[in-house]
Design a protein around this ligand. Structure first.
Ligand code: GDP
Ligand code: IMO
Ligand code: MG
Length: 426
């Protein structure tokens, strides 16, 4: 399985970090292919928590890590991430694609201004939307530009003029924006990160041609995809497996496996429709058990029941070949457990995911109730982790098998704790 894409099947925070870390032991190359510092991927190893925002989590295993062209990278945040790994004595080789875009202060100011206006979608305020907007408007700055900063002055000036006009015209703000200061910033980025700039597309294709294993790590979730997600309550990039090929620069036939990660329930951060959102007090119970607070912003995550309509849609969009289900442990003690099988809209039952957030907002979930289970004893847990799936409580096995049938896709991994080892392979 030379190229494996790992993507989230919900609205993010499915546990992609945990799953990618688990499967990346034999990886030759690990690549993040979209988004930027908006992502927060967590790995827990021997009681210590590691949070990644830009870097593929396989950095923790000392793998060669790559940031592909489809990303928008906040250089100072990336340097902080690298520093914290260096402090652990981990010095992974890093390649940043020269075509990846640089998130500038102007992008973060615009993101912040939009969120402060009260009309935003509840972003992470990492400048992601404006950075992608400027990329599309062809006024972005890329890592390859760092080699000849003087040449990009006219483009940078245009980006800054656009920002000034937007800030004053739309948000009634007068900001001091200075081209020379931005140039100085880019010079600093060049001196600190310039040596890492390279050609990720070439590296990935050469590694695959040699028969190497490349792990492509998605960020955000499928339902936050700019095209296929719950627009406008989405992030500003394509998050699907298809985007991996484009963002990296590789042919679609090179992807052998697409692992879709889903929680045993659902969470979402920020605004937007969420048909299976739980009522209190169950929502708080699950939030506390699952420690559902954003890795990047610390915001409490909205919590909901498993939504099979949404996840089936994501499986289809990504061509998922197997599923990893996480946080099954966090539902222990909750009884009954609901699963959404379909939506009811205007008195009709629908099983496909609507293309309009206004419709989704009015969809009522049609639930089935399943028996809950008690927390696993150490014995049950150890036996299951050693490969004896039957050691799990009957109701938990039923839940997994029920979802597998409903999703028509094999559930290959069941995660029952945040630690790397707490993963069952079926
Ligand atoms: P990502 O953005 O998809 O990588 O997910 P996050 O790291 O933002 O959020 C998932 C959270 O759940 C992290 O804190 C993980 O350590 C944790 N986690 C992952 N899998 C499990 C699991 O099976 N059980 C428990 N209890 N926690 C898990
Ligand atoms: P990982 O990779 C969960 C959400 C934000 C907001 C919307 C747009 O950890 O799963 P943005 O800052 O991207 O412009 O915000 O997308 N969002 C995430 N939610 N997990 C993430 O990343 C997210 N990245 C962005 O909360 O609703
Ligand atoms: Mg996250």
């Amino acid at each position: 399985m030379p190229a494996v894409v790992v993507i989230g099947l919900q609205w993010g925070d499915e546990g992609k970090g945990k799953v990618v870390d688990f499967i990346s032991e034999r990886a030759d190359l690990a690549v993040r292919y979209q988004g930027g510092a908006n992502a927060g991927h967590t790995v827990v190893l021997n009681g210590r928590t590691y949070r990644f925002h830009h870097l593929p989590v396989a950095a923790l295993r000392g793998k060669h890590v790559c940031l592909a062209s489809g990303m928008v990278i906040d250089p100072m945040k990336l340097l902080e991430e690298l520093e914290s790994l260096y402090k652990e004595g981990i010095r992974p080789r890093l390649t940043i694609d020269g075509r990846a875009h640089i998130v500038l202060d102007i992008h973060k100011m615009l993101d912040e201004a939009e969120e402060s206006s009260g009309k935003g979608v509840g972003t992470t305020k990492r400048g992601i939307g404006p950075a992608y907007a400027y990329k599309s408007a062809r006024v972005g700055i890329r890592f390859s530009d760092l080699a000849e900063i003087e040449l990009i002055k006219p483009r940078l000036k245009k980006a800054i003029d656009m920002t000034r006009a937007l800030l004053s015209g739309v948000y009634n703000m007068n900001a001091e924006l200075d081209v020379e200061r931005a140039i100085q910033f880019l010079r600093e980025v060049a001196s600190r990160l310039g040596r890492h700039v390279g050609d990720v597309s070439l590296l990935v294709n050469e590694t695959l041609d040699r028969g190497g294993l490349v792990i492509l790590e998605g960020a955000q979730g499928t339902l936050l995809d700019i095209d296929h997600g719950t627009y406008p309550f989405v992030t500003s990039s394509n998050t699907t497996a298809g985007a991996a090929c484009n963002s990296v620069g590789m042919g679609p036939k090179k992807v052998d496996e697409v692992i879709g990660v889903t929680k045993a329930y659902t969470t979402r951060v920020g605004k937007g429709p969420f048909p299976t959102e739980m009522d209190e007090p169950v929502a708080s119970m699950v939030r506390e058990r699952g420690r559902e607070y954003g890795t990047t912003t610390g915001r409490p995550r909205r919590v909901g029941w498993f939504d099979a309509v949404a996840v089936r849609y994501s499986i289809m969009l990504n061509g998922v070949t197997s599923i990893a289900i996480t946080k099954a442990d966090c539902l222990a003690g909750i009884d009954p457990i609901k699963v959404c099988l379909a939506y009811e809209f205007n008195g009709q039952e629908i099983k496909s995911f609507p293309d309009s957030p206004q419709v989704l907002e009015r969809c009522k979930p049609v639930y089935v109730e399943l028996d809950g289970w008690e927390a696993l004893s150490e014995g049950e847990k150890l036996a299951a982790l050693r490969g004896n799936f039957d050691a799990l409580p009957r109701q938990l096995r039923n839940y997994i098998e029920f979802l597998e049938k409903l999703l028509v896709c094999p559930i290959k991994y069941v995660s029952i704790g945040a630690e790397r080892y707490e993963t069952i392979i079926r």
